[in-house]
Design a protein around this ligand. Structure first.
Ligand code: NAP
Length: 237
C-alpha cells in the first residue's frame, strides 16, 4: 500500500524511545511537528511513541539502529517514499560505555562500539536523510547531540572513547555545515548539560525536559550554523 505523502513539517529523532531523545520527540510534536521517533528496538520504540500519541501528539515510530547501515538505509527508503521532505533531524542516539575509565584501561571492543554508534551512526543517518531535507525549499536544521567532554579545550583525564566520539561528531558538524550552507540547511552541535537519564545517571542536576529544551530551541532557531552550544551560549570546540 502506498501512503499519501506528508506535507506537515516533519522532524526525525534517533534514539527517541527514552531519555533526552524521548523528550525531544515530545517537545517537537507539541511545537506542531510530525515527529518520527526512531529507535533500534521495535517494542521499546512503539511503546514510547504510544505514550505520546495517547497525549494527542503526532508521533510515529520507525525502527532505526544507527549502528547498522542496512537499518539506516531501510528507514531512509521508507521515509523517502512517504514524506515530501524533512525539516529537522536530531542525531540524539548515543552510548557512553567508558565513563571515568582511564584511557590506559579502556578495551578496544568498547572503543569500537562507541565509535560505531556515536560516530558512524551519526555519519550514516545524516548522509541518508540529507537528500530528503534538500527537497525542502525552506532548507532544514540538523542538531548533533555532543558533549562538553568532546571539547578539545576542555579535554582531561579518562572517558577516552566517549570523548573521542563527541570530538568527531563536532568535526562532522563543521564539515556538513560548510557543505550544506548553499542548501539553507544549518548544522549545529549541542551539549545538553549533565542530564538525569540512564546515560547521565541519577545524580545529574538537569532534568530530561530541560536537557531536551536547549536541543529543540537550537533546532528551531536558524541563526547559527557550524557552531557548538551549551546552556544557550556558543561553547568552545
Ligand atoms: P540514554 O538515556 O542512555 O538514551 C540513549 C538513547 O540512544 C536510547 O534511546 C538508546 O536506545 C539509543 N541508542 C543507543 N544506541 C543506539 C543505536 N545503535 N541505534 C539507535 N538508538 C540507539 O542517553 P541520553 O542521556 O538521553 O543521551 C542522549 C544523547 O545526549 C547522547 O548522544 C548523549 O551522548 C548525549 N549527552 C547526554 C548527556 C547526559 O548527561 N545525559 C550529556 C551530554 C550529552 P536503547 O533504549 O535501545 O538503548
Amino acid at each position: 500500500m502506498t501512503h499519501p505523502k506528508k506535507h506537515k513539517a516533519t522532524a526525525l529523532v534517533t534514539g527517541g524511545n527514552r531519555g533526552i531523545g524521548f523528550e525531544i520527540c515530545r517537545q517537537l510534536s507539541a511545537a506542531g511537528y510530525h515527529v518520527i521517533l526512531t529507535g533500534r528496538d521495535q517494542y521499546r520504540g512503539e511503546a514510547a511513541a504510544k505514550i505520546l500519541t495517547e497525549q494527542g501528539l503526532d508521533v510515529r515510530f520507525i525502527q532505526l539502529n544507527v549502528a547498522d547501515p542496512d537499518s539506516v538505509k531501510q528507514a531512509a527508503q521508507v521515509l523517502t517514499e512517504e514524506l515530501l521532505s524533512l525539516d529537522i533531524l536530531i542525531n540524539n542516539a548515543g552510548v557512553a560505555l567508558d565513563k571515568f575509565v582511564p584511557a590506559l584501561e579502556v578495551d578496544f571492543a568498547t572503543l569500537k562500539q562507541t565509535i560505531e554508534t556515536n560516530v558512524y551512526g551519526v555519519f550514516l543517518v545524516t548522509q541518508a536523510f540529507i537528500p530528503l531535507m534538500q527537497k525542502n525549499a525552506k532548507g532544514g536544521s540538523i542538531v548533533m547531540l555532543s558533549s562538553m567532554l568532546g571539547s578539545l579545550q576542555n579535554m582531561g583525564k579518562s572517558t577516552l572513547a566517549y570523548r573521542l566520539s563527541k570530538t568527531a561528531v563536532n568535526s562532522m558538524t563543521k564539515v556538513f555545515a560548510a557543505e550544506l550552507a548553499e542548501d539553507n540547511i544549518v548544522v549545529n552541535s549541542v551539549c545538553p548539560g549533565w542530564v538525569r537519564t540512564e546515560l547521565g545517571g541519577s545524580d545529574a542536576p538537569v532534568s530530561p525536559e530541560e536537557g531536551a529544551r536547549c536541543v529543540v530551541e537550537l533546532a528551531l532557531q536558524r541563526e547559527h550554523t557550524g557552531t557548538f552550544h551549551r546552556e544557550g551560549e556558543i561553547f568552545p570546540w
